[in-house]
Design a protein. Structure first.
Length: 724
């Protein structure tokens, strides 16, 4: 036994004695060896070596711990010590498998569309009102009924059925009464029976309002919706949402594919908007507002064209077995700039089916045969027009291009009708042609203006006829039958692609029909229509939905400016009525010219020094004369002469009930005034009223006189007038 071994034995015996005396020595921890049966011998040897190495390291650690507790420390020396340096072997690192942490699914973010702040001051003056019939019973066998519409107790529309609406009518600001009456009441000029519904609407200057006939579960009612009349930029559409479905719980209206939120928690009776959104196709989903993941229903897709306004009305199902909600998309009044003109397009192509139109950056999709488009705002400088058709396979066929306008030289800001009809000229490549028509009749305050437009290709010239529908009312206010009135010809021998002149007729209820010229063959007809004083009515004969059929369509301007806004006492109406009466009572005579008349400087009337009769009043009534006077026409300016006004007082001259003075000045010392009055370039052809008011201040003389003059139509060639 060598010296080193002896030393080790002595050390081990000392350690054993110390361990026997010190009970604080920790017991060795259990070592668990996991043996895995593998076929790889090398891997098995490596695993055994790793276990033995770990055991040796553990024993050495225990030994060093015992030495330290007994006060023995190991000092490095040149001789080997008990510290064993283990042999390092390659360690295989095992990467733990990651367990995905559960997370909540993110809710899609929707962009909320803010409603517009309606500013009615955009359009000052009168207000605009229309009535929309959206009433239907929600029962097993639903019933609807058309209504006659009255504004301020005057009938403005006849037989407005469910889903239809009246035109916009211009009304004076203030309280306006809207009344509904059943169609089967007698066709008299006034309401013969109490209305089924009546409401008062307070109209402010510039307001645009739609009165919706609906049932919110509490009975039939008239619900006003205020619209935004401001113009829209290119590529934007405007929609107002009215939730009038009383059986639908509150919902969130989302456009999922576009990530848009139109409205949140919208309940029955709620109106949202107007909302300005990009034009295009929209699929609207209705989600339960209390459970945002619960889809209630989805509405069929809708197309919103750029620069147009719409009213989306949510309605209850027409039958209790149908979907819980349905809707109606209604065209609204489109605001436009002062330099814009309203243009409507009419599809008179019998064999093309639906067509798509492109007017600048505005698109009109699926315009069916015989249909009339919305009013599109187009600049007076004109724009590019293109038409295409798409077959069932999706193949797009160009139909033609054209330039609309410009309309700067015409000076007319009236609405336009663009008729799209087939081309029969083989020298032209495009299969279509267009014809433009101005809705600009001579102005009238007491008569309606009626015209025929021939849009039925392949037919002979046509005639338009009307006859009044009158009910005989006895002294007790009861109907005693219908009065038989003859058919009156309006437009005679109107050729295809052209229009007749405008004809004036008394405001009444008329039946309308179109016949072949030279025969009694009926082409198309309409039920009784209401013609208002000052209204403009274009009747267009168009192809029907079926091959070889025809239909008659009534097209009115975007806003009807009628006697509803002019009110009673209109001087133009008084002048027209008096002139018509005198013309009807005057004997038929032929003037024989004697010599040519020439203007002189003689004052009219001639002033003399003849003493007045005793019954002549000291204060003569003011006199206002214009030259040239009706029936002669004026161009550019007009001469006026006034007498018997208060001398030396200020006066203002206005046109057509306007409030803006075009000329002002002071009367002469003898109470006369004279001068040449320049007329605005925008003044349309026709009859106009000129008003001179002297000292119209509060408590002033208030001397007002009116005179009528007629602006010449630039489209009419002047002819020589026989001189007396």
């Amino acid at each position: 036994m060598n010296r080193t071994l002896k030393y080790i034995l002595v050390v081990l015996m000392g350690l054993m004695l110390l361990a026997a005396c010190d009970t604080a020595i920790p017991s060795p921890p259990p070592v668990t060896v996991v043996i895995t049966a593998v076929d790889d011998t090398a891997a098995l040897n490596n695993a055994v070596a790793d276990v033995l190495t770990a055991t040796a390291q553990l024993q050495i650690g225990m030994t060093e711990t015992v030495f330290a507790q007994g006060g023995i420390t190991l000092t490095p020396s040149d001789t080997p010590t008990v510290t064993i340096s283990p042999t390092f072997t390659a360690t295989r690192f095992v990467t733990p498998t990651r367990t995905p942490t559960p997370t909540s699914s993110p809710t899609p973010t929707f962009e909320h569309i803010e409603a517009n702040q309606i500013d009615s001051t955009v359009t000052q003056g009168a207000g605009w009102v229309r009535i929309v019939n959206n009433w239907v019973e929600t029962v097993e066998s639903p019933t609807t009924f058309p209504v006659d519409v009255f504004v301020n107790d005057e009938r403005i529309a006849r037989e407005v059925a469910f889903g239809e609406q009246t035109n916009y009518y211009q009304v004076a600001p203030g309280a306006v009464r809207i009344s509904l009456q059943r169609v089967d009441e007698p066709l008299s000029g006034v309401q013969a029976q109490p209305p089924i519904l009546s409401s008062i609407l307070e109209v402010k200057p510039g307001d645009v309002a739609s009165m919706i006939v609906a049932d919110l579960g509490k009975g039939l009612s008239l619900i006003p919706i205020l619209e935004d009349p401001s113009p829209l930029p290119n590529g934007m559409a405007r929609v107002t949402i009215a939730q009038f479905n009383s059986i639908l719980s509150p919902v969130n209206m989302l456009v999922s594919d576009k990530r848009l939120e139109l409205s949140r928690d919208i309940a029955a009776g709620t109106v949202v908007g107007p909302l300005d959104i990009p034009s295009g196709n929209y699929n609207i989903d209705l989600y339960d507002s209390t459970d945002t993941e619960q889809l209630i229903t989805s509405l069929p897709s809708i197309d919103l064209s750029g620069q147009l306004s719409y009213l989306l009305v949510m309605l209850p199902p027409a039958n209790v077995n149908e979907e819980i909600s349905r809707f109606q998309l209604i065209n609204s009044l489109t605001g436009r700039l002062d330099t814009d003109i309203g243009v409507r397009f009419v599809n008179a192509l019998p064999n093309s089916g639906t067509i798509d139109l492109s007017i600048g950056e505005t698109e009109i999709n699926d315009l069916a045969v015989g249909n009339v488009s919305n009013t599109i705002p187009v600049s007076v400088l004109g724009d590019r027009f293109a038409a295409t058709s798409t077959n069932r396979l999706g193949t797009v066929t160009p139909l033609g291009n054209a330039n609309l306008g410009p309309w700067v030289e015409s000076g007319s800001k009236a609405d336009k009708i663009v008729l799209i009809y087939p081309n029969t000229d083989p020298s032209l490549e495009d299969p279509i042609k267009i014809a433009e028509f101005d809705q600009n009749p001579p102005r009238s305050a007491i008569n309606a203006s009626i015209r025929l437009i021939h849009g039925l290709s392949g037919t002979v010239p046509l005639n338009l006829q009307i006859h009044a529908v009158r009910t005989i009312i006895n002294e007790n206010g009861q109907a005693q039958g219908q009065e038989t009135t003859p058919w009156i010809p309006i437009g005679q021998a109107v050729s295809f692609g052209t229009a007749s002149e405008y004809f004036s007729r008394n405001p009444e209820v008329y039946e309308v029909r179109v016949l072949q010229s030279g025969s009694q063959t009926l082409i198309a007809s309409l039920p009784p229509q209401v013609f208002l004083a000052g209204g403009v009515y274009d009747f267009i004969v168009l192809p029907g939905a079926e091959t070889g059929s025809a239909q008659l369509v009534l097209v009115q301007p975007g806003v009807q400016v009628t006697q509803l806004v002019n009110g009673e006492g209109n001087p133009t109406a008084v002048y027209e009525a008096v002139a018509a009466t005198l013309t009807a009572a005057a004997p038929v005579s032929t003037a024989t010219p004697t010599r040519a008349a020439s203007p002189t400087s003689t004052r009219t009337p001639v002033l003399t020094n003849t003493p007045r009769p005793t019954n002549t009043p000291d204060n003569l009534l003011p006199i206002l004369l214009v030259n040239p006077a009706p029936p002669e026409t004026v161009i550019g300016s007009i001469n006026i002469r006034g007498e018997n006004f208060q001398p030396g007082l200020p006066y203002v001259i206005t046109l057509d009930n306007g409030t803006v003075a075009i000329v002002s000045g002071r009367t002469n010392d003898d109470g006369s005034l004279l001068g040449n009055i320049p007329l605005p370039e925008s003044l349309p052809p026709g009859l106009h009223s000129l008003r001179v008011c002297v000292d119209c201040r509060v408590r002033g003389a208030q001397q007002a006189q009116y005179a009528q003059f007629i602006v010449a139509d630039p489209r009419v060639t002047a002819t020589a007038t026989a001189q007396p």
